[in-house]
Design a binder for this molecule. Sequence first.
Ligand SMILES: NC(=O)c1ccc[n+]([C@@H]2O[C@H](COP(=O)([O-])OP(=O)(O)OC[C@H]3O[C@@H](n4cnc5c(N)ncnc54)[C@H](O)[C@@H]3O)[C@@H](O)[C@H]2O)c1
Length: 309
Amino acid sequence: MNVDVNPGFGSSPMAAVPPDIQQIGIIGAGQMGSGIAHVCALAGLSVTVVDVKPDALSKALATISRNMDRQVNRSVISSDARDAALMQIHTATEFSALGTADLVIEAATEKEDVKRSIYKALTPSLKPECLIASNTSSISITRLGASTDRAEKFIGMHFMNPVPVMKLVEVIRGIATDEPTFQAVQTLAHKLGKITAVSEDFPAFIVNRILVPMINEAVYALYEGVGSVTAIDTSMKLGANHPMGPLELGDFIGLDTCLSIMQVLYEGLSDSKYRPCPLLVKYVEAGWLGRKSGRGFYDYTHSPPRPTR
Ligand SMILES: NC(=O)c1ccc[n+]([C@@H]2O[C@H](COP(=O)([O-])OP(=O)(O)OC[C@H]3O[C@@H](n4cnc5c(N)ncnc54)[C@H](O)[C@@H]3O)[C@@H](O)[C@H]2O)c1
Protein backbone atom coordinates (compact mmCIF):
# COMPACT_ATOMS: atom_id res chain seq x y z
CA MET A 1 0.00 0.00 0.00
CA ASN A 2 1.19 3.50 -0.78
CA VAL A 3 -0.24 6.63 0.81
CA ASP A 4 0.82 9.27 -1.71
CA VAL A 5 -1.25 12.35 -1.02
CA ASN A 6 0.81 14.48 -3.38
CA PRO A 7 2.69 12.99 -6.31
CA GLY A 8 4.98 16.06 -6.19
CA PHE A 9 7.91 16.67 -8.49
CA GLY A 10 9.38 14.14 -10.84
CA SER A 11 6.21 12.22 -11.77
CA SER A 12 6.39 11.53 -15.48
CA PRO A 13 4.26 9.13 -17.51
CA MET A 14 7.37 8.60 -19.70
CA ALA A 15 9.47 7.36 -16.76
CA ALA A 16 12.17 4.78 -17.49
CA VAL A 17 12.07 1.28 -15.98
CA PRO A 18 13.19 1.45 -12.34
CA PRO A 19 16.44 -0.37 -11.61
CA ASP A 20 16.24 -3.79 -9.95
CA ILE A 21 17.78 -3.77 -6.49
CA GLN A 22 19.54 -6.96 -5.36
CA GLN A 23 22.63 -5.72 -3.55
CA ILE A 24 22.30 -3.22 -0.74
CA GLY A 25 24.99 -1.23 1.04
CA ILE A 26 24.18 0.24 4.45
CA ILE A 27 26.28 2.96 6.04
CA GLY A 28 26.10 3.15 9.82
CA ALA A 29 25.76 0.06 12.00
CA GLY A 30 23.79 1.77 14.79
CA GLN A 31 20.25 0.91 15.80
CA MET A 32 18.78 1.93 12.42
CA GLY A 33 21.50 0.46 10.19
CA SER A 34 21.24 -2.91 11.94
CA GLY A 35 17.44 -2.89 11.69
CA ILE A 36 17.55 -2.07 7.97
CA ALA A 37 20.14 -4.82 7.39
CA HIS A 38 17.87 -7.24 9.28
CA VAL A 39 14.80 -6.66 7.07
CA CYS A 40 16.79 -6.50 3.80
CA ALA A 41 18.55 -9.81 4.53
CA LEU A 42 15.26 -11.51 5.44
CA ALA A 43 13.89 -10.34 2.07
CA GLY A 44 16.72 -12.28 0.37
CA LEU A 45 18.87 -9.29 -0.55
CA SER A 46 22.63 -9.28 -0.23
CA VAL A 47 23.66 -6.70 2.39
CA THR A 48 27.00 -5.07 3.20
CA VAL A 49 27.06 -2.87 6.31
CA VAL A 50 29.85 -0.28 6.60
CA ASP A 51 30.77 1.59 9.77
CA VAL A 52 33.89 3.48 10.83
CA LYS A 53 33.82 1.65 14.15
CA PRO A 54 34.58 -2.09 13.96
CA ASP A 55 32.95 -2.64 17.36
CA ALA A 56 29.70 -1.08 16.05
CA LEU A 57 29.74 -3.73 13.29
CA SER A 58 30.21 -6.66 15.68
CA LYS A 59 27.55 -5.22 17.99
CA ALA A 60 25.16 -4.87 15.03
CA LEU A 61 25.68 -8.50 13.98
CA ALA A 62 25.00 -9.67 17.54
CA THR A 63 21.85 -7.51 17.73
CA ILE A 64 20.53 -8.78 14.38
CA SER A 65 21.17 -12.39 15.37
CA ARG A 66 19.45 -11.91 18.76
CA ASN A 67 16.44 -10.17 17.18
CA MET A 68 16.08 -12.89 14.53
CA ASP A 69 16.25 -15.57 17.28
CA ARG A 70 13.39 -13.75 18.97
CA GLN A 71 11.40 -13.86 15.72
CA VAL A 72 12.10 -17.61 15.41
CA ASN A 73 10.91 -18.17 19.00
CA ARG A 74 7.70 -16.30 18.20
CA SER A 75 7.24 -18.29 14.95
CA VAL A 76 7.43 -15.07 12.89
CA ILE A 77 10.22 -16.62 10.77
CA SER A 78 11.63 -20.14 10.44
CA SER A 79 15.11 -21.05 11.66
CA ASP A 80 16.04 -21.78 8.01
CA ALA A 81 15.00 -18.24 7.03
CA ARG A 82 17.10 -16.85 9.90
CA ASP A 83 20.17 -18.89 8.90
CA ALA A 84 19.82 -17.89 5.23
CA ALA A 85 19.39 -14.20 6.15
CA LEU A 86 22.42 -14.13 8.45
CA MET A 87 24.52 -15.56 5.59
CA GLN A 88 23.46 -12.59 3.43
CA ILE A 89 24.97 -9.97 5.77
CA HIS A 90 28.59 -8.83 5.32
CA THR A 91 30.44 -6.05 7.10
CA ALA A 92 33.26 -3.68 6.19
CA THR A 93 34.98 -0.53 7.41
CA GLU A 94 35.74 0.84 3.92
CA PHE A 95 33.36 2.23 1.30
CA SER A 96 35.28 0.33 -1.39
CA ALA A 97 33.25 -2.74 -0.26
CA LEU A 98 30.16 -1.10 -1.87
CA GLY A 99 31.41 -1.17 -5.49
CA THR A 100 28.72 -3.63 -6.65
CA ALA A 101 25.81 -2.17 -4.65
CA ASP A 102 22.59 -1.26 -6.53
CA LEU A 103 21.43 0.94 -3.64
CA VAL A 104 23.26 2.41 -0.65
CA ILE A 105 21.14 3.35 2.35
CA GLU A 106 22.97 5.85 4.55
CA ALA A 107 21.96 5.51 8.21
CA ALA A 108 24.87 7.31 9.91
CA THR A 109 24.73 9.89 12.69
CA GLU A 110 22.11 12.64 12.24
CA LYS A 111 24.55 15.46 11.43
CA GLU A 112 24.64 17.14 8.04
CA ASP A 113 28.43 17.53 7.94
CA VAL A 114 28.89 13.83 8.78
CA LYS A 115 26.52 12.78 6.00
CA ARG A 116 28.11 15.15 3.45
CA SER A 117 31.61 13.89 4.19
CA ILE A 118 30.35 10.30 3.86
CA TYR A 119 28.91 11.00 0.38
CA LYS A 120 32.12 12.70 -0.72
CA ALA A 121 34.21 9.69 0.29
CA LEU A 122 31.60 7.16 -0.86
CA THR A 123 30.60 8.14 -4.39
CA PRO A 124 33.96 7.41 -6.13
CA SER A 125 33.56 3.77 -5.01
CA LEU A 126 30.04 3.34 -6.41
CA LYS A 127 29.00 2.19 -9.87
CA PRO A 128 27.40 5.11 -11.80
CA GLU A 129 23.88 3.63 -11.71
CA CYS A 130 23.90 3.00 -7.94
CA LEU A 131 21.09 4.81 -6.07
CA ILE A 132 21.65 6.50 -2.71
CA ALA A 133 18.94 6.78 -0.03
CA SER A 134 19.35 8.63 3.23
CA ASN A 135 17.53 7.46 6.35
CA THR A 136 17.82 10.99 7.76
CA SER A 137 15.08 11.92 10.23
CA SER A 138 14.99 15.58 9.33
CA ILE A 139 17.66 16.96 6.97
CA SER A 140 16.76 18.35 3.52
CA ILE A 141 16.95 15.61 0.87
CA THR A 142 17.41 18.26 -1.82
CA ARG A 143 20.45 19.69 -0.02
CA LEU A 144 21.98 16.28 0.78
CA GLY A 145 21.39 15.12 -2.82
CA ALA A 146 23.04 18.25 -4.20
CA SER A 147 26.18 17.39 -2.26
CA THR A 148 26.54 14.12 -4.22
CA ASP A 149 27.47 13.46 -7.86
CA ARG A 150 23.96 12.01 -8.52
CA ALA A 151 21.15 14.22 -7.18
CA GLU A 152 18.63 12.53 -9.53
CA LYS A 153 19.45 9.13 -8.00
CA PHE A 154 19.27 10.42 -4.41
CA ILE A 155 16.15 10.00 -2.22
CA GLY A 156 14.96 9.93 1.40
CA MET A 157 13.97 6.50 2.72
CA HIS A 158 12.99 7.03 6.34
CA PHE A 159 12.54 3.79 8.25
CA MET A 160 10.99 3.75 11.73
CA ASN A 161 12.57 2.33 14.88
CA PRO A 162 12.59 -0.65 15.54
CA VAL A 163 12.77 -1.41 11.82
CA PRO A 164 11.76 -5.11 11.93
CA VAL A 165 8.57 -4.19 13.81
CA MET A 166 7.45 -0.80 12.46
CA LYS A 167 5.46 -0.92 9.24
CA LEU A 168 6.05 2.57 7.86
CA VAL A 169 8.70 3.92 5.50
CA GLU A 170 8.44 7.61 4.63
CA VAL A 171 9.68 8.27 1.08
CA ILE A 172 10.95 11.77 0.35
CA ARG A 173 11.91 13.05 -3.09
CA GLY A 174 14.38 15.89 -3.40
CA ILE A 175 13.68 18.42 -6.13
CA ALA A 176 16.05 16.56 -8.50
CA THR A 177 15.04 12.96 -7.65
CA ASP A 178 13.97 11.12 -10.82
CA GLU A 179 10.96 8.85 -11.22
CA PRO A 180 12.88 5.53 -11.66
CA THR A 181 14.64 6.16 -8.33
CA PHE A 182 11.31 6.88 -6.64
CA GLN A 183 9.71 3.75 -8.15
CA ALA A 184 12.71 1.55 -7.27
CA VAL A 185 12.62 2.62 -3.63
CA GLN A 186 8.83 2.18 -3.40
CA THR A 187 9.15 -1.33 -4.86
CA LEU A 188 11.93 -2.18 -2.42
CA ALA A 189 9.95 -0.90 0.59
CA HIS A 190 6.99 -3.08 -0.42
CA LYS A 191 9.33 -6.09 -0.89
CA LEU A 192 10.48 -5.52 2.71
CA GLY A 193 6.84 -5.75 3.82
CA LYS A 194 6.55 -2.04 4.55
CA ILE A 195 3.86 0.52 3.81
CA THR A 196 5.09 3.78 2.34
CA ALA A 197 3.86 7.33 2.87
CA VAL A 198 5.20 10.07 0.63
CA SER A 199 6.33 13.27 2.31
CA GLU A 200 7.42 16.47 0.65
CA ASP A 201 10.93 17.65 1.45
CA PHE A 202 10.25 19.91 4.47
CA PRO A 203 12.25 19.80 7.72
CA ALA A 204 11.69 16.53 9.62
CA PHE A 205 9.10 15.38 7.02
CA ILE A 206 5.77 14.12 8.49
CA VAL A 207 6.37 11.77 11.42
CA ASN A 208 9.12 13.74 13.17
CA ARG A 209 7.52 17.13 12.43
CA ILE A 210 4.75 15.98 14.77
CA LEU A 211 6.46 13.47 17.09
CA VAL A 212 9.71 15.17 18.12
CA PRO A 213 8.18 18.54 19.14
CA MET A 214 5.91 16.48 21.44
CA ILE A 215 8.99 14.86 23.02
CA ASN A 216 10.64 18.31 23.31
CA GLU A 217 7.48 19.63 25.00
CA ALA A 218 7.62 16.72 27.47
CA VAL A 219 11.23 17.73 28.30
CA TYR A 220 10.00 21.32 28.84
CA ALA A 221 7.29 20.00 31.18
CA LEU A 222 10.04 18.22 33.15
CA TYR A 223 12.36 21.28 33.03
CA GLU A 224 9.63 23.60 34.30
CA GLY A 225 8.65 21.18 37.08
CA VAL A 226 5.17 20.42 35.76
CA GLY A 227 5.76 16.78 36.60
CA SER A 228 8.41 14.15 37.30
CA VAL A 229 9.72 11.74 34.64
CA THR A 230 7.32 9.08 35.96
CA ALA A 231 4.35 11.47 36.13
CA ILE A 232 4.88 12.72 32.56
CA ASP A 233 5.32 9.27 31.04
CA THR A 234 2.46 7.73 33.04
CA SER A 235 0.20 10.63 32.03
CA MET A 236 0.80 10.15 28.31
CA LYS A 237 0.61 6.34 28.48
CA LEU A 238 -2.62 6.18 30.46
CA GLY A 239 -4.10 9.55 29.48
CA ALA A 240 -3.38 9.55 25.75
CA ASN A 241 -3.04 5.78 25.27
CA HIS A 242 0.53 6.07 23.93
CA PRO A 243 2.41 2.74 24.15
CA MET A 244 5.52 4.55 25.48
CA GLY A 245 5.77 7.79 27.44
CA PRO A 246 7.44 10.68 25.56
CA LEU A 247 10.59 10.69 27.74
CA GLU A 248 10.94 6.93 27.42
CA LEU A 249 10.48 7.34 23.67
CA GLY A 250 13.11 10.11 23.53
CA ASP A 251 15.55 7.76 25.27
CA PHE A 252 14.64 5.03 22.78
CA ILE A 253 15.18 7.24 19.72
CA GLY A 254 18.40 8.74 21.16
CA LEU A 255 18.45 12.20 22.75
CA ASP A 256 21.22 13.35 20.36
CA THR A 257 18.98 12.43 17.41
CA CYS A 258 15.99 14.22 19.01
CA LEU A 259 18.10 17.35 19.58
CA SER A 260 19.43 17.32 16.01
CA ILE A 261 15.86 17.04 14.67
CA MET A 262 14.70 19.99 16.84
CA GLN A 263 17.67 22.05 15.60
CA VAL A 264 16.74 21.27 11.96
CA LEU A 265 13.10 22.27 12.66
CA TYR A 266 14.12 25.45 14.53
CA GLU A 267 16.58 26.59 11.87
CA GLY A 268 14.67 25.26 8.85
CA LEU A 269 11.30 26.78 9.76
CA SER A 270 12.63 29.87 11.65
CA ASP A 271 9.92 29.47 14.26
CA SER A 272 10.58 29.81 18.01
CA LYS A 273 8.00 27.12 18.78
CA TYR A 274 10.66 24.57 17.78
CA ARG A 275 13.29 25.87 20.26
CA PRO A 276 15.10 22.83 21.72
CA CYS A 277 14.55 22.59 25.48
CA PRO A 278 17.73 23.64 27.37
CA LEU A 279 17.43 20.47 29.49
CA LEU A 280 17.55 18.33 26.33
CA VAL A 281 20.68 20.23 25.25
CA LYS A 282 22.25 19.65 28.67
CA TYR A 283 21.56 15.91 28.63
CA VAL A 284 23.21 15.59 25.21
CA GLU A 285 26.19 17.69 26.35
CA ALA A 286 26.57 15.30 29.30
CA GLY A 287 26.61 12.31 26.93
CA TRP A 288 23.31 11.11 28.42
CA LEU A 289 21.86 10.00 25.11
CA GLY A 290 19.23 7.53 26.33
CA ARG A 291 19.25 3.77 25.99
CA LYS A 292 22.24 3.60 23.68
CA SER A 293 24.54 5.25 26.25
CA GLY A 294 22.91 3.57 29.27
CA ARG A 295 21.48 6.80 30.71
CA GLY A 296 18.98 9.43 29.63
CA PHE A 297 15.74 10.31 31.37
CA TYR A 298 16.07 6.79 32.78
CA ASP A 299 19.11 4.93 34.11
CA TYR A 300 19.29 1.66 32.17
CA THR A 301 21.86 0.05 34.46
CA HIS A 302 18.90 -0.80 36.74
CA SER A 303 16.13 -3.25 35.98
CA PRO A 304 13.54 -1.88 35.60
CA PRO A 305 15.18 1.39 34.43
CA ARG A 306 15.12 4.10 37.12
CA PRO A 307 14.01 7.71 36.40
CA THR A 308 16.96 10.13 36.62
CA ARG A 309 14.87 13.13 37.79
N1 LIG B 1 16.94 6.43 16.31
C1 LIG B 1 15.79 6.49 15.66
O1 LIG B 1 14.72 6.23 16.27
C2 LIG B 1 15.76 6.82 14.20
C3 LIG B 1 14.58 6.58 13.47
C4 LIG B 1 14.57 6.85 12.08
C5 LIG B 1 15.70 7.39 11.48
N2 LIG B 1 16.82 7.63 12.23
C6 LIG B 1 17.99 8.20 11.52
O2 LIG B 1 18.87 7.13 11.21
C7 LIG B 1 20.24 7.60 11.24
C8 LIG B 1 21.03 6.77 12.23
O3 LIG B 1 20.42 6.84 13.50
P1 LIG B 1 20.73 5.77 14.64
O4 LIG B 1 19.70 5.97 15.70
O5 LIG B 1 20.94 4.42 14.05
O6 LIG B 1 22.13 6.33 15.19
P2 LIG B 1 23.27 5.57 16.01
O7 LIG B 1 23.96 6.60 16.79
O8 LIG B 1 22.70 4.37 16.70
O9 LIG B 1 24.24 4.99 14.84
C9 LIG B 1 24.94 5.80 13.96
C10 LIG B 1 26.09 4.99 13.41
O10 LIG B 1 26.72 5.75 12.37
C11 LIG B 1 28.11 5.46 12.42
N3 LIG B 1 28.88 6.48 11.69
C12 LIG B 1 29.12 7.76 12.05
N4 LIG B 1 29.93 8.35 11.13
C13 LIG B 1 30.17 7.42 10.16
C14 LIG B 1 30.93 7.41 8.96
N5 LIG B 1 31.61 8.50 8.58
N6 LIG B 1 30.96 6.29 8.21
C15 LIG B 1 30.29 5.19 8.59
N7 LIG B 1 29.54 5.12 9.75
C16 LIG B 1 29.49 6.22 10.51
C17 LIG B 1 28.41 5.45 13.91
O11 LIG B 1 29.65 4.78 14.18
C18 LIG B 1 27.19 4.69 14.45
O12 LIG B 1 27.43 3.29 14.51
C19 LIG B 1 20.16 9.10 11.59
O13 LIG B 1 20.13 9.86 10.41
C20 LIG B 1 18.82 9.19 12.32
O14 LIG B 1 18.25 10.47 12.28
C21 LIG B 1 16.89 7.36 13.55
